[in-house]
Design a binder for this molecule. Structure first.
Ligand code: FE
Length: 200
């Protein structure tokens, strides 16, 4: 494990070993089954290249009505609970007793990306955001609190964890591309990213 500090982002390289990564994939299997990932549409009508679903009391949603947190999957059922090993990881990384309300699950298939954005649909920015990378490598771009400022990029690999807290909490970030099939964690390739957030 190596702890890097890049533009206020804390990057915990290799936080999870292979067994820890496999444990999370196992725990996510029933979540993905009961809340199937879907391609969200931006308020402007663009279909996002990532597939998304959530676990927890609230899940993040984007559609014609905007960005927001909702208690149900678009198909109508409540989001499944956040699996215990994921809650444990949050507690270990943040040292917080407060559990996250939401675990956003993003799947990056071949060619998927995520434009630079801020995470700002939550009520209280004093809580950190924790992001967990599983599967293929992703090129993660980190900026500052304003769009168009200087950025720095790092390849995130399976098992890496990023903590966005303090000045990084509202920093712009995105994923430019993935290296499809660079990892063998997911048999069909691709990158899973978990984003843990306190919403309310
Ligand atoms: Fe984000």
């Amino acid at each position: 494990m190596a702890r890097l500090m890049i533009r206020d982002f804390v990057v915990l390289k290799s936080w999870l070993d292979v067994a820890g990564q496999a444990e999370l994939i196992e725990a996510l299997r029933p979540v993905l089954k009961s809340a199937p990932p879907f391609h969200p549409v931006t308020p402007k009508g663009q279909t996002m290249s990532v597939r998304m679903t959530s676990a927890g009391r609230l899940g993040w949603l984007s559609d014609a009505q905007g960005y927001r947190y909702v208690p149900d999957h678009p198909k109508g059922m409540a989001w499944p609970a956040i699996p215990a090993p994921i809650l444990r990881l949050w507690a270990e990384v943040t040292g917080l007793e407060r559990q996250p309300d939401s675990c956003l699950i993003n799947y990056y298939g071949e060619g998927a990306r995520m434009g630079l954005h801020q995470d700002k649909d939550e009520a209280d920015f004093s809580w950190p955001v924790v992001s967990v990378s599983l599967g293929d490598d992703g090129l993660f771009r980190m900026g500052g609190p304003t769009r168009g400022g200087k950025t720095e990029s790092i390849w995130l690999s399976s098992g890496d964890v990023v903590v966005m807290g303090g000045p990084a909490r509202l920093a712009y970030h995105g994923v430019d591309r993935i290296r499809f099939k660079s990892s063998r964690l997911l048999p069909r390739g691709g990158r899973l990213n978990l984003t843990l957030r306190v919403v309310e």
